[in-house]
Design a protein around this ligand. Structure first.
Ligand SMILES: O=P(O)(O)OC[C@H]1O[C@H](OP(=O)(O)OP(=O)(O)O)[C@H](O)[C@@H]1O
Ligand SMILES: NC(=O)CC[C@H](N)C(=O)O
Ligand SMILES: [Mg+2]
Length: 505
């Protein structure tokens, strides 16, 4: 999951974009980038690393201009080379710079078409650079040098026709303004907001509402699935539904894990959804485990904290923070390699012995994906003296790869793939294991916005709503991106030919 942000301001926007990226850091830890426009010239700084490490004072001084976009990356396609950090840039038919959250499912077809028909060369293996070139091509077909909002919307409508997958996108078009659009299923989130200043209204788009809060922008609304919003440089706002058949289906995993609890996505509070996940799971535990002998409920920090607290209330059992999280270690699941993920669990979490000694503990996590966290945490709980270790997951069994922006390319790496609950329980070493049902998860999130009747839930049920994913596609994805392949390609990532990146050293 990446994070995107864009601001059309009335004064320099570099610092606000930086601030927005820091509060979106939980969506990607691999690379960060900002592009601004000043004197009709793009200013770019992007590199691998966290926001705080990528941008130094000297870079911020150079990121001048009242309009700009930013990105933080968690790769789901191509390599993790710094040459695939975003935003990307293309110089025709205008200077365009683009940042993308999501993943395209027809990338091979698009690359071929771009080369053979649109005669555009793409220099990296990133799907986002393909998206940029498709947009460039469609802008060229739709508009002249003056480029009207209608011409821009025609271009986006044609992008929707060509591109499959998930794409929340923000782009700068030099000499014109900023364009934001969301795929017709609205899989990845995007909000927009405004800020009134003495010199006029400023606009901002971002992956999550928390970025608007951090920069003092007032939330206006979510960008609708298939919709495009165009903010001209002089501050005019135009919007249009550009998809023929939009079908609101936000990714439910945003609510389970990805998004920050203080964000609201598609009118649904992430925090309230997690609390309700806890209530429902608590009810289920009480029903299914009638011989309940739980002494204490303990979350696996950090995402599951709110869920575990609600489970404890439901079960009328004490809630204790039995694990301490090292605040200097990032999120484990979005780290690039399995080796790094494994090592990080113990560096990140440590047990407080007294909370476990001679107790039957119920450990709660938001999800079990590869089982990296649960397996090690259960060992730690036992080593700290727990009598019995029970485990509850607020998401159902994750059994299928994700193709829409979460890096789960390989079914074989998912601990629940081809396994039933007893089997998974044995694998992670728990005494008992329980999962939320898919139905309850959908209700827990969906109750906050009755307009949403469908969610993107493919990791739980294998149903891919873009209708273009078959076994052949999944096998190819697995072969290209499984752990082994990724670890080798990441070692070679820096040798990938890069174009000049100002200030990269
Ligand atoms: O089964 P796994 O493959 O281990 O993946 C699931 C775990 O990874 C995530 O935590 P993470 O450490 O990324 O972040 P958090 O601090 O937000 O919980 C998630 O919250 C689970 O704890
Ligand atoms: N997680 C994402 O949104 C990734 C965006 C894009 N597919 C990339 O790999 O850079
Ligand atoms: Mg976690």
């Amino acid at each position: 999951m990446c994070g995107i942000v864009g601001i059309v301001g009335k004064s320099p926007v570099g610092q606000s974009i930086y601030d927005a990226l820091t509060v979106l850091q939980h969506r990607g830890q691999d690379a960060a980038g900002i592009v601004t426009i000043s004197d009709n010239t793009f200013r770019l700084r992007k590199a691998n690393g966290l926001v705080k490490d990528v941008f130094h004072t000297r870079h911020m001084h150079r990121l001048q201009g009242d309009i700009g976009i930013g990105h933080i990356r968690y790769p789901t396609a191509g390599s993790s080379s710094s040459s695939e950090a975003q935003p990307f840039y293309v110089n025709s038919p205008f200077g365009i710079s683009l940042a993308h959250n999501g993943n395209l499912t027809n990338a091979d077809e698009l690359k071929d078409w771009l080369f053979k028909t649109a005669r555009r060369h793409v220099n990296t293996t990133s799907d986002s650079e393909l998206l940029l070139n498709i947009l460039g091509h469609e802008l060229q077909e739709a508009g002249g040098i003056s480029l009207t909002p209608d011409e821009i919307f025609t271009a986006v409508a044609n992008v929707h026709e060509r591109v499959r997958g998930a794409y929340a996108t923000v782009a700068l078009i030099i000499g014109h303004g900023m364009l934001a659009f969301r795929d017709p299923n609205g899989i990845r989130p995007m909000v927009f907001g405004k800020r009134e200043t003495e010199t006029g209204t400023e606009y901002m788009v971002a992956s999550e509402s928390v970025a608007l809060d951090a920069c003092d922008f007032e939330f206006v609304r979510d960008v609708a699935p298939g919709e495009a919003i165009y903010f001209s440089e002089d501050g005019q706002l135009h919007s249009k539904q550009c998809a023929k058949a939009p079908n609101y289906s936000p990714c439910i995993f945003e609510f389970v894990y990805f998004a920050r609890p203080d964000s609201t996505i598609d009118k649904m509070s992430v925090y309230a959804s997690r609390v309700e996940m806890g209530r429902k799971l608590g009810q289920r535990i009480a029903q299914v485990w009638d011989d309940l002998d739980i002494d204490v409920v303990i979350p696996i920090p950090e995402t599951s904290n709110d869920i575990a607290l609600r489970i404890a209330q439901q079960l009328e059992v004490p809630y204790r923070q039995g694990f301490v999280k090292n605040r200097y270690i990032g999120r484990t699941f979005i780290m690039p390699g399995q080796e790094m993920r494994k090592k990080s669990v113990r560096r990140k979490l440590n047990a407080i012995g007294t909370e476990f000694k001679d107790k039957n503990v119920l450990l709660v996590d938001d999800s079990i994906v590869r089982g990296t966290t649960s397996e090690q945490i259960i060992e730690m709980a036992r080593a700290a003296g727990a009598k019995k270790v029970y485990f509850a997951s607020a998401a159902p069994e994750v059994r299928f790869p994700n193709v829409y922006g979460i890096d789960m390319p390989s079914a074989n790496e998912l601990i629940a793939h081809g396994r039933e609950v007893e089997d998974i329980c044995e694998q992670i070493g728990a005494d008992k294991l329980i999962f939320q049902t898919k139905d309850d998860l959908i209700k827990a999130v969906g109750m906050h916005n009755p307009e949403i009747t469908q969610f993107e839930t493919s990791v739980f049920d294998g149903e891919y709503l873009t209708n273009d994913i078959d076994q052949g596609y999944l096998e190819k994805l697995d072969a290209a991106r499984n752990n082994e392949v990724k670890e080798t390609s990441d070692k070679n990532a820096d040798s990938i030919l890069d174009l000049h990146n100002e200030g990269a050293s």
